[in-house]
Design a protein around this ligand. Sequence first.
Ligand code: ADP
Ligand code: MG
Length: 294
Amino acid sequence: MAERSFRREQPNRPATAPKRPQARGSGNHVIEFRGVSKVYEGGDVGLDQATFAIERGEFVFLVGHTGSGKSTIMRLLIKEADASAGSVRVAGRDLSEIPRKRVPYYRRNIGVVWQDFKLLPNRTVYDNVAYALQVTGRSRREIRQKVPDILRLTGLATKLHNYPDQLSGGEQQRVSIARAFVNHPPLLLCDEPTGNLDPETSIGIMQLLYRINRTGTTVLVATHDHAMVDKMRRRVIELAEGRVVRDEAAGLYTRDETTREFAARMRGAVADPALDPAARGTRHVRERGRTGSN
Ligand SMILES: Nc1ncnc2c1ncn2[C@@H]1O[C@H](COP(=O)(O)OP(=O)(O)O)[C@@H](O)[C@H]1O
Ligand SMILES: [Mg+2]
């Protein structure tokens, strides 16, 4: 993949020419790790020469045992940590070139979802999400318009005035996804988003992430939930002791699956519109213009 993009960037270069460092990464890669190592203070190895690239619009799982380096990748991507060697690029930009004081602006392009939700306990659902817009200087009018929209998308329209401790775990995670996505960032990072949730609730969360991905947002999900990953049939990058040991697009990857078909498949039901009155008659429309139940 790197080889191909290298040639695209420099069309007059012979394919056999030795590789030289690029000024910028490939235009299509949202994320590009090249030989990235991370050694923490004290000598713990977080990543060991990891190389992979993720294209715009992909949905990718990052899997591996505890301690394999998944969260390290997330931390490098939001510049909470810096690589010890190699280069990390996001949208073609080498993160080592971003000055400390520009980091908050850089982070506005990335939504982040954590296993433990990280909601503000003394604020309502509405205010938790509104806060994400306030800190980026959005007008009150814009906030009043955007927050209800995103809460509808995430299935929280009736929970506006609840506090986090008045919500289930799944609902709290929906709030944190709403907060991460309300600015419509091009990249959404989720570190063990279903780690505290039961399987049925987890499917709902994955369905929501899938819906977000279908709007064009690149989604990277770290998880060790193998059952979920197998069902999703999406690209999987596997880490072991900081190394990339597997990188494959699942065989039955279907980009055109609707959210409804996706959910039915995840739950093991037959995704046949003929059996689903709500979906009947929308198939034709969806296949032409995908204007159905997205
Ligand atoms: N802040 C840190 N300081 C020292 N070592 C760390 C730190 N964070 C992670 N590590 C080490 O880096 C390795 C990878 O950790 P991590 O990226 O958190 O893995 P995962 O998210 O896959 O469980 C582990 O050996 C861990 O102990
Ligand atoms: Mg982790």
